[in-house]
Design a protein around this ligand. Sequence first.
Ligand code: SF4
Length: 427
Amino acid sequence: MIPRRKTRQVKVGHVFIGGDAPVSVQSMTSGYTHDIDACVAEIRKLADAGADIVRVAVPERKDTEALKEILKQVCPNGKTGGDSGGVPIVADVHFHFQRAMEAIEAGVHKIRLNPGNITDRSQVEKVIDACKERSLPIRIGVNEGSIIERKDKQKRMKELGGVFGDNKHGHFLAIMVAKLEEYLDIFYARNFYDITISAKSIDPLLVVAAYEEISKRFDHPLHLGVTHAGPKETGTIRSVVPLGHLLAQGIGDTIRISYANDPIYEVQDGLELLYILGLRTRKGAELIACPSCGRIQVDLFTLTQNVNKALKAQIHLPIKVAVMGCVVNGPGECEGADVAIFAGDKRGIIYVQGEKVANVPEEQILDRLLEETRKFQSKVERGEAKLGEKVVDILPPDPLGELGSGYAKIEAEKAVANGVSLPVMKG
Ligand code: SF4
């Protein structure tokens, strides 16, 4: 387990952030909030995919006006979590503090403010007081993109001074921290501590530097993210490298991965990142698959894709399933899998917790693997087996000879080297 940095805890609807709460996954709707039906559908889709918290943009009054109805539909009886199935909603506020006031009135569970564009102290105080009255937390988001002055040219030039020198990160970091401290003073002066902080940037190295620095200075929970990470194809690496680095150090209490794509991928990838770091308990099966190589004698890519799809639909326990192209490296690479298949010459051998249960031709691999996985799931549910109890431990030559492929090839190569001709083994 990764030891987590101690932070104060805040509560967003039924979801705790910080303290000993698990790291939560957030996402944001991509459509217009005032399009009530579409917004509700998107929130539900994200919640079904596993989002713990969903944020919506409220740039106009018609958006905050729509919030009341949206909240009524996604949080039945005003509740989140448990049987209600409701998901906490955050209003993302920029430029107009009135939108925050209207969103609070509508019943949202958290407000996000940007110190880069809501700067009037008395306006910020109004939002703080309204949130305090309803025990709502506020996220202060000091994004790199909006932290530098935009309206006042002189001030902007002063803030940008040195940015293009050697110390771009240090310069931006200093501005982000200074503006954050200044903003936090307004909150502290009103005894308001239900705060989460984010310091996003498009630059992954600045993200790491900013969160490391902020985590040393404040004990508020941190919302991690890389802003405008781009399309999923490249945005995954841009996001996961800094977020993984920070999370592995115990920094970060809630995350959002941002893609220029359907936000469903943000939730899926955010959860997967937390699963592989052991920061959340996986829901559903975990699939391990080999990348395939010149030893392959089945259509492994199609098999893996089909197994992946079927596991998502049929398996709800965190069963570890391995799909290996051959038995040369497969057994070692999938140690710890509950269910494993090793393919050979157009066939595959299936193991369940170290025990061989079948040797089937290629066309039967998918169905049999799923059947065995479902059977194993039922056994676990009945208390007759435990996940991860027995590791896959397959010692050569079994099943090398049985599968025919890897073994036959290895022996044939050896024979050629020795000038002897061997009959090819069949599984
Ligand atoms: S398991 Fe076999 S086929 Fe798959 S990558 Fe490893 S050696 Fe190649």
